[in-house]
Design a protein around this ligand. Structure first.
Ligand code: PHE
Length: 339
């Protein structure tokens, strides 16, 4: 037995392991229930009494040495992991996966930023609205086609509750709850019952604006929109207003900007007209002011509304609207450096 102890002691002092798993295998080999050192302890029971003292000391010593050795092998792997992770300052940095802001958020923030510089604040309202705030207060006649099932999503077959089709509903809320001067931007998601294609979706995002005060004129509207177009699309951008119709504005207009791809000379993007439409606008109809409790003899106002997707399309040259809502990481990653 003495020789056996000496032999194992020699083996133990020379033990090596290449990794944690090998060190664990050594523990099993020597120290587990069926391990070689444990077997010696079992044999020790049969050792004659006069040898017990000497062999007992040797055996205990062997077991302690084996435990120390194997533990230190194990620790060496644990600490070498730590060294790699924390202490090797020469290693290349782990790639940090950065998220990016969604292009629609980027554009929305930029629109808000531009108008906030001329005194507009932001107001939000519910996406599930009642008929009055979306249509009634805004001078839509009861038979106006926008109320039709084809355009509007109604909630639980209750024709009075619907998903707002524009954020003008927030303007109705502001006008009924605040006194002029009102200078507010209403960003948010809107819903229309349209077939989904590259150019249309059943929901999209708007930023609408409203300014109500004494002596607000069409010239103020034009000036504010020209300022916006130049800030958003560059100093050389031109605007043009075409007469249009909205129930809640009179007169109404649609605004085009000079195509920033061809600089107005005509290309496929602007369908060779040199102009692209970006928003609707007009002077708030006196009927709307009155419906919301504002004296239309004392106050006038202008309003405008634009699709955030439309502005983002122009700014980032995105051809297919669906990309904005599909969460394709490859598309979203392209905006990492946008701001
Ligand atoms: N609410 C209109 C729309 O959704 C946009 C608009 C707002 C037009 C304000 C004129 C004035 O199309």
């Amino acid at each position: 037995m003495k020789e056996k102890i000496a032999q194992i002691a020699q083996e133990v002092s020379a033990l090596v392991a290449a990794n944690k798993e090998e060190a664990e295998a050594l523990r099993v080999k020597y120290l587990s229930k069926k391990g070689e050192i444990t077997a010696l302890f079992n044999e020790f029971r049969n050792v004659p009494a006069e040898q017990k003292k000497e062999l007992g000391l040797l055996l205990n010593d062997l077991r302690n040495k084996a435990q120390d050795k194997i533990n230190s092998l194990k620790e060496s792997f644990a600490s070498s992991d730590a060294t790699n992770a924390n202490e090797d300052y020469t290693r290349t940095a782990d790639p940090v996966l950065l998220g990016s802001r969604h292009p629609l958020s980027l554009v929305k923030s930029e629109i808000i930023d531009i108008f906030s510089r001329i005194g507009f604040s932001v107001a939000e309202g519910p996406e599930v609205e009642d008929d009055w705030h979306v249509f009634g207060a805004l001078n839509f006649s009861p038979e106006h086609p926008a109320r039709d099932m084809q355009d509007t999503f109604f909630v639980e077959k209750n024709p009075d509750i619907l998903l707002r089709t524009h954020t003008s509903s927030v303007q109705s809320r502001i006008m009924t709850s605040q006194k002029p001067p009102i200078r507010v931007l209403c960003p948010g998601r809107v819903y229309r019952n349209e077939a989904i294609s590259a150019r249309a979706h059943c929901f999209f995002h708007q930023v609408e604006g409203l300014y109500v005060d004494k002596n607000v004129s069409f010239a103020d509207l034009k000036q504010a929109l020209l300022y916006f177009a130049k800030e958003m699309f560059g100093e050389n951008t031109k605007i043009r207003l075409r007469p249009s119709y909205f129930p809640f504005t009179e007169p109404s207009a649609e605004m085009d900007i000079s195509c920033d791809i061809c600089g107005g000379t005509g290309c496929a993007f602007c369908k060779h007209t040199g102009w692209v439409e970006i928003l609707g606008c007009g002077m708030v109809d006196p009927n709307v002011l009155e419906a919301c409790g504002i004296d239309s003899k004392e106050y006038t106002g202008f309003a405008f509304g634009m699709g955030v997707e439309r502005i983002a399309n122009l700014k980032y040259k995105v051809k297919d609207l669906r990309l904005f809502s599909e969460n394709d990481i490859r598309f979203l990653d392209e905006f990492q450096s946008a701001y």
